[in-house]
Each structure stands twice: as structure tokens, then as C-alpha cells.
Write a protein that binds this ligand. Structure first.
Ligand code: 4AD
Ligand code: MG
Length: 466
């Protein structure tokens, strides 16, 4: 379908021929010039690159006519495409007609100059998509979402929608946000004083989901291989550059996969996504590479061609203990690895991504398949340079008896899990899956340093303005 009434700047900049009349629409990035001529750099979001509009102030336009053409204003311009005289761009538009859609008062429009800090831009999250940086990040975000659906569709996985509101808090992945319509100040009380959730909207206590996995497993037990891709919510108070309270997760779940095949899929999937970014987003990657992270493109290429290391947790801990490194959190068998440990293994020791497996069962979720040793489970975390954990997954425990015993051991509320246990009661199958944090992937692919800068409207402790 053609874009009505205009040509996109991304398409225009591909054109080899000049001379034809074109119409573009977009937002003014900069205006400069002198008495005779004005140059306006226009951006319409289709590419990080701008088109230059040239206004002849001697014959065609008055300065008065261009008074409101200032940084941030939105306009439509028609003119002749020409080879550019200047060195900054190959082509430009000799403007003939201009219509101003919306002015942006230079006294009050916050994005006047280049080089705003990322911290400042977070305070104006409603306007920051108009910067080159966020344009690039958001286009890459789109491309990655598309590539995820393409990868799974091409490989015979079904997109399976799992609920956002859930009555089970079974994952144990983190604190949950409650969902309720009860009056906060005066909720109904049961005998003994506890809040009576039977009078709540769903007739029970409900929360926002921390993961679609448990419902995803129900899908895999019918459709064979599914994936979820939706928002998930965790109410931990972790104010780090890698945690959000609302983030998007991709969770494939496969019947008949054991841990080895699960690892193969995770490695193939993430390499595919990174290669897709290299193939489809090079203008934006180059921009980010030049501005923020000079090794970005090289790092992406190196991960695509690396064979990921596969290593038992126990071996990983031995390497860390022998490293002589001073870690903030000391290492010994049984600890939940911190990102400093994960990054040591990936960045210093192996110098490539690592898939760590067979974790102690006490630091992992109840549903993971128990190993023969009685101490470890078939978990797998994929660890990446600069990020640490980017994927967490496992083979699932398919034995009803073992799963039930673990649920009892952990004193979990079985009444919210009966439907999950049914997958082990009826037609149980060996199966596996994993979760990729979408924003962690984007941190890696864009080279940005803070997870708040790879999602349009970040939700973090004490921050939910826009
Ligand atoms: O390791 P997690 O907690 O695993 C699960 O939720 C499983 N149910 C996945 C599965 O097996 N289907 O989370 C998976 C990934 C992490 O590796 C990380 O990339 C991301 O989700 N993640 C977060 N990303 C941003 N902010 C947070 N607070 C995150 N917590 C986890
Ligand atoms: Mg994890």
C-alpha cells in the first residue's frame, strides 16, 4: 500500500534519480542558513537520516513565512528532488510549497539542542521518541518483535496468548502486583480480620502475572510447540539498570524437548534475532555504535559466530572460586549467581556467551526437572556479555509424584495449582521451555546501558508518569 499524500524519507533517500516533484511530511530537527537561503533537516521517523529542505529566500519564500518552522515543528513540504550541493547528504528538496501542521514554540519545546542526557530524556518520555537515539532504539525494538514472530512461525510454533491477570502465584519469580476492585481503605473482612477476597471482582485473590509459562505448558501439551510474547510484572524493589517492574517476555514451550534440545533452540533463536538486526537495522545500529558503544556491531557479529559454552553450575562456581577476583558477593556452591559472577564467566573467562545448567534445586523454581543426584535441577540460564542472564529456562518435571512432592516440600498452595498438576495427571510428556527478557535482548542489541532506555514507557519503583 502506498503512503497517502507523501513519500517516506527512508524511501526517498534510496532514490538514484533526481528532478521529480515529491511531498514529504515530518518534524523539523534543525534550521540554519542566511538571508538568501534556509536549510531545514526534516525527519519522519522512517529512518535515522533526515532529508534536507532548501528554501530560496530571494525568490520563493520570505523569512516571515518560515518564522514558525523551528525545531520540533511539524510540516508538509513539496518541491523538486535535487543533487545536494552540500557535503552532508546526497540529495535534497528544493522546496516550493510548505504547509505548517503544528508549530513548536522554541521558548517551551524541550528538545532544542542535541546532546541531552539520557537521564533528562527519561523525564520527558512522552517526547523522547522524537530524538535520533530513541527513534533508532524503537525501530530496532519493532524489528526484533517482528523477527520473534517470524522465527517461531517459520519453525512451526503457535503464538499462544496467556492471561495477564492470574490467580496463581506459583512461579515464585518475584513479588506480584495485586489486582483488585475492593476499596483500599475499607475492604470487606472475613472472620478473624483477613481481607475477604471472595467478595472481590474475580471472587478470589488475583495478581498481574510474573510469567506466562505455567499456562504456556498447557498449550504445549496440546499444540506441541507454542510461544508466548506478552507483558509480565514483577514488584521487586530492584532499582538496577537491568530490571523493570513491567517487561515483555518471550516464552517458548515444547513438548518432547529435553534440556539439550532446549539449549539448542535458545542458542539458535537468539543468534537468529541478532543476525536479523544486523541484516535489517544497520543504519540504526551504526548510529548507536558511533554515539554510545564503539564495539556494538563487532560484539553482535562475534556472538552470531560464537559457539556458546555449555557448562554445569558446579563447574562455573569452581572457576569463579579459583579466579582470585574480588566479588561484592562471595561465591560458594549453592548461591544464586549475581550478574558480576555471570559477567566474569562470559566476559573474562570464556569471552563468549555461556549456557549454565544443573543449578542447585533450592535456588530454582519448583517445576524444574530434578536430576538423579537429588541436589540439582535441569535449569539453564543463558549468560551474555554486558547483560548477565538474558534467558532463563529448564526441562520441566513431568512426573506427577516428584512434582507433587516438591510442591508439598515448598509448602505451596496446591489449590491454585490443580490445573497445572492436571498436565502431569493426564497425558504427561517430557517437555522444556525458556523465557527471554525482551528488554534484556534489546539492551544487548542496541548497546544501551540502561533498561529504561529500550522501552517506550518504563515502569520502575516510584516511576509511572507517562
Ligand atoms: O528467569 P525468569 O524469572 O524465568 C521465568 O520467568 C520462566 N518462567 C521462564 C520460562 O522458563 N518460561 O525470567 C526470564 C527472563 C530472564 O532471563 C530475564 O531476561 C528476564 O526474563 N527478566 C527481566 N527483565 C527485565 N526486568 C525484570 N525484572 C526481569 N526479570 C526477569
Ligand atoms: Mg532467571
Amino acid at each position: 500500500m502506498k503512503t497517502p499524500g507523501r513519500i517516506k524519507i527512508s524511501e526517498l533517500l534510496q532514490r538514484k534519480e533526481t528532478g521529480q516533484e515529491v511531498t514529504v511530511k515530518g518534524w523539523v530537527r534543525t534550521k540554519r542558513g542566511n538571508k538568501n537561503v534556509a536549510f531545514v533537516a526534516l525527519n519522519d521517523g522512517s529512518t535515522v537520516n533526515n532529508i534536507q529542505l532548501v528554501f530560496d529566500l530571494q525568490n520563493s519564500f520570505s523569512e516571515e513565512q518560515l518564522k514558525e518552522v523551528t525545531t520540533g515543528a511539524c510540516l508538509c513540504a513539496t518541491g523538486q528532488l535535487a543533487q545536494s550541493q552540500g557535503s552532508g547528504q546526497p540529495i535534497e528538496i528544493q522546496a516550493k510549497i510548505i504547509e505548517l501542521y503544528g508549530a513548536a514554540n522554541p521558548e517551551t519545546y524541550p528538545l532544542q539542542k542535541k546532546g541531552h542526557t539520557l537521564e533528562f530524556l527519561r523525564e520527558i518520555a512522552h517526547l523522547r521518541p522524537r530524538t535520533n537515539t530513541f527513534g533508532a532504539v524503537l525501530r530496532i525494538r519493532h524489528a526484533m518483535a517482528f523477527a520473534i514472530h517470524k522465527y517461531f512461525n517459520d519453525n512451526g510454533f503457535y503464538y499462544f496468548h496467556t492471561p495477564i491477570i492470574t490467580a496463581s502465584d506459583a512461579e515464585g519469580a518475584g513479588a506480584m502486583f495485586q489486582v483488585t476492585t475492593l476499596e483500599a481503605g475499607s475492604p470487606p473482612r472475613a472472620e478473624g480480620g483477613a481481607i475477604d477476597y471472595s467478595q472481590d471482582f474475580f471472587g478470589k485473590h488475583t495478581s498481574l502475572t510474573v510469567s506466562g509459562q505455567l499456562e504456556g505448558e498447557l498449550g504445549a501439551m496440546a499444540l506441541g510447540q507454542i510461544y508466548t510474547f506478552g507483558p509480565t510484572f514483577r514488584a521487586e524493589n530492584s532499582n538496577t539498570p537491568r530490571h523493570l517492574a513491567e517487561f515483555w517476555m518471550i516464552e517458548p514451550e515444547m513438548a518432547f524437548y529435553e534440556i539439550k534440545e532446549n539449549m539448542d533452540l535458545a542458542e539458535d533463536f537468539i543468534k537468529y534475532l541478532i543476525q536479523y538486526a544486523l541484516d535489517s537495522c544497520m543504519d540504526d545500529l551504526k548510529f548507536l555504535n558511533n554515539l554510545y558503544d564503539k564495539e556494538l556491531i563487532e560484539r553482535l557479529q562475534s556472538v552470531c559466530s560464537a559457539e556458546f559454552v555449555r557448562l554445569d553450575y558446579t563447574e562455573g562456581v569452581k572457576i569463579l572460586e579459583a579466579s582470585g577476583e574480588k566479588f561484592e558477593f562471595p561465591v560458594h556452591w549453592g548461591i544464586d549467581l549475581q550478574s558480576e559472577h555471570e559477567r566474569y564467566l562470559v566476559e573474562k573467562h570464556f569471552k563468549k556467551p555461556v549456557i549454565l545448567t544443573s543449578y542447585p534445586k533450592d535456588i530454582k523454581a519448583f517445576y524444574m526437572k530434578q536430576n538423579e543426584d537429588g541436589k540439582t535441577v535441569r535449569a539453564m540460564d543463558v549468560l551474555f556479555p554486558k547483560i548477565g542472564e538474558i534467558i532463563g529456562g529448564s526441562q520441566r518435571e513431568e512426573s506427577f509424584d516428584k512434582l507433587k512432592a516438591r510442591i508439598d516440600e515448598l509448602k505451596m498452595d496446591e489449590s491454585t495449582l490443580w490445573w497445572y498438576l492436571d498436565t502431569r495427571r493426564f497425558g504427561a510428556a517430557p517437555h522444556s521451555g525458556f523465557g527471554l527478557g525482551f528488554e534484556r535482548l534489546l539492551l544487548f542489541v542496541t548497546g544501551m546501558g540502561n533498561i529504561r532506555d529500550v522501552i517506550p514507557f518504563p515502569r520502575t519503583p516510584r516511576s509511572a508518569e507517562f
